[in-house]
Design a protein around this ligand. Sequence first.
Ligand SMILES: Nc1ncnc2c1ncn2[C@@H]1O[C@H](COP(=O)(O)OP(=O)(O)OP(=O)(O)O)[C@@H](O)[C@H]1O
Length: 381
Amino acid sequence: MEGLAVENLVVKYGNVTAVRGISFDVKPGMLTTLLGPSGCGKTTTLRCIAGLEKADSGSISYDDTVLSGERQHVPPNKRQFNMVFQSYAIWPHMSVFDNVAYSLRIRKENKETTKEKVRKALGTVGLAQFEDRYGTELSGGQQQRVAVARAIVSSPKLLLFDEPLSNLDASLREQLRIEMVAIQRELGITAVYVTHDQLEAMSMSDEIILMRDGVIEQQGSPSDLYKSPTSSFAASFVGVTNMLTARLREVDSSGVARLEGDDGEVIYASGDQLGGVAPGTSVTVSIRPHDIGIDERLSGGANHNRWRGTVERALYVGTHVDAWVNVFSKSVRITASPQADLRPGSAIELYADAANVVAFVDKETSTAEPSEVRSALPNQA
Ligand SMILES: Nc1ncnc2c1ncn2[C@@H]1O[C@H](COP(=O)(O)OP(=O)(O)OP(=O)(O)O)[C@@H](O)[C@H]1O
């Protein structure tokens, strides 16, 4: 297989098992993100790929060559992988040029080729004018660009990013997010990116591997994870959602599931994840706030769900209004247009197509409190 293959990777630190037998592939030219909360094993996995950490079992291969295996451990400097760290890790006493040229000089690349490659890498990250500056004379964003130039200058097989934007302020983070993806796409470099920031993962990745407690919770494209979460953890980690509990009544021949909520209300949902699930089974329902319409004419589609409710509160945030509506004794979050008239206490009708209402049998359903709407409550927003 071309690209990176991680198989049954297990990593233990004393009696802590940080990674519990995960497997995944990274196809050539793709940017794959390991996403998850603190302590879920992302960095440990990345460090194993880099060769900085030894696995207890499992294997890591690139283009069918085993790099880490039962009797094999190719050292980091022999893997042709480069890493960009959160801390930039550039040498302050060296010029930008020397920082980027370092690995080429170690490899005894000739002077002219070194100059050409360093200048090209600095041009790619937008620092062509900065080659004589020292590390201490650069902003955080510029230092991270140097780190990226240093990582790409030797044309590695794989680029590894360990939370590279975490130390930057929000606007710089957004700018560098765009730049890094553009560089990765332009060079066609295969990349593995670690972050706990779902927005970063969603906007940058071809593929997201969502991790939790050392295992893979769900894997797929950003839109797969957003539109079709398979657990309440995935639904709430990637984006804002309304989650409620219900029971399956039936899935009709067109694939629409009829559910009964905790207050006896009927909810129509997509039956995509309910094949083979017995009627009466407890399911979790996830509905994104922007998939709930308040104007029947504008909401289009089938509008299987029509619920009457009362506006509890509305927060104007410029681009839209975040509002909470009491429906069947639950507080449901919606996203409405800034023009919407959503005075607290006013009656309102909500519409949602079954196709946008995701239902799944959740690992955590048994621990969920009845009539609970999680994740979208204002104090958690
Ligand atoms: N050197 C170590 N010694 C002991 N335990 C460790 C070590 N490194 C990591 N761990 C533990 O392994 C688990 C996974 O850690 P890891 O750093 O891979 O998680 P992470 O998802 O990258 O978290 P973060 O986003 O906070 O960096 C955690 O429980 C952590 O405490």
